[in-house]
Design a protein around this ligand. Structure first.
Ligand code: 5GP
Length: 175
């Protein structure tokens, strides 16, 4: 299928958005240690950039999940492809995600992680598409709220491609 990518948020805006998010996190945690939990693969670029601006002591862990569902819509039943390496009991967990869309994946994942008795757990996302939400889930930290468009770049893929774009772009299909 033919498509082009239209820039939505340029490289400078992305990096400034992440920096100001980090400032809010620094104010809220005031030096308390943070366990960043990155949801692979989309959250990687965001997490590494965010982590560079955090003043707390930071540790990182990674989780990979796949959402069962027909077509492009996630269903809320999540299969863990790779679980965390370390226990999160007693930790200040900050889940780092690329995008919250329907909220199905995160709603399931946050409940699952909450059951593991972290001291605190919050959700941080690079992008939020609130218009598509079907679950009552709200991220604690959002860098950018975007319209209902399919986006790529800065970790987000289309068919596993374009994750390495330094900006966020909208996929526009040619007819
Ligand atoms: P949810 O369960 O919130 O509907 O789905 C979240 C997941 O769907 C994200 O982690 C991401 O993998 C995928 N997703 C949702 N919207 C987009 C989008 O606009 N672009 C890309 N590349 N992935 C998306």
């Amino acid at each position: 299928m033919n498509y082009r990518i239209e820039k939505l948020i340029d490289e400078r805006e992305v990096s400034e958005g992440i920096k100001s998010l980090a400032e809010s996190i620094n104010r809220d945690y005031r030096g308390e240690s943070i366990r960043l939990v990155c949801i692979l693969k989309g959250g990687v670029f965001f997490m590494t950039e965010l982590a560079k601006h955090l003043s707390s002591e930071v540790t990182m862990d990674f989780m990979s999940v796949s959402s069962y569902g027909a077509g492009t819509e996630s269903s809320g039943v999540v299969k863990i492809i790779k679980d965390l390496d370390e226990s999160i009991e007693g930790e200040n967990v900050l889940v780092v995600e690329d995008i919250v869309d329907t909220g199905n994946t995160l709603s399931y994942l946050m409940d699952l992680l909450r059951d593991r008795n972290p001291k605190t757990i919050k959700l941080c996302t690079l992008l939020d598409k609130p218009s598509r939400r079907t679950r009552d889930i709200k991220a604690d930290y959002v860098a950018f709220t975007i319209p209902d468009k399919f986006v790529v770049g800065y970790g987000l893929d289309y068919d596993q491609k374009h994750r390495n774009l330094p900006y966020i772009g909208v996929v526009e299909f040619n007819d």
